[in-house]
Design a protein around this ligand. Structure first.
Ligand code: FE2
Ligand code: FE2
Length: 151
């Protein structure tokens, strides 16, 4: 697959959109189960599986690639903030993993979703444009074979 930088940027944004949609559905299903006073452990586990198998590997892969590439020059401060947001997301995911009652699980899953949404907006609207504007960076090369970043 050969992409140019604009296609690579669009591919990242599309994958972010899919991730947000999947997470939003899982969090809604968890909330609905709790509201209906059904057992919620299956829904909690499903959200956790998604976080463990998609969101966390995505975050780790982008720290090694796009964040590393943007970590010099004018975007360095933004990258530092983005890495801190990953740390915050990981802490909330750990708390969600340990949440043993329904209210805690719903509250933490909603917090994770809100954090993730605002994090994605910064990646899409600030970080990706900064990389696209940097002539020393090839987004397409960075993404080559990175299924964690492209879906
Ligand atoms: Fe990120
Ligand atoms: Fe991302």
């Amino acid at each position: 697959m050969t992409m140019n930088n604009a296609q690579a940027a669009e591919a990242i944004r599309a994958h972010h959109g899919e991730m947000a949609t999947t997470l939003r559905r899982g969090v809604a299903a968890l909330g609905a189960a709790v509201q209906a006073r059904q057992g919620h452990f299956d829904q909690q586990q499903a959200v956790l599986d998604y976080l463990d198998h998609e969101l966390l590997p995505h975050a780790a892969a982008e720290e090694r690639t796009v964040y590393a590439a943007a970590d010099v020059g004018p975007a360095a401060l933004l990258v530092r903030a983005m890495r801190d947001e990953h740390v915050n997301l990981i802490a909330h995911i750990d708390a969600f993993r340990k949440a043993s009652d329904a209210i805690q699980a719903v509250a933490l899953s909603s917090a994770i979703l809100a954090l993730f949404d605002s994090h994605l907006a910064k990646e899409n609207d600030l970080l990706i444009p900064a990389l696209q504007a940097d002539p020393s960076v090839s987004l397409a090369e960075l993404l080559d074979g990175m299924h964690e970043l492209l879906g």
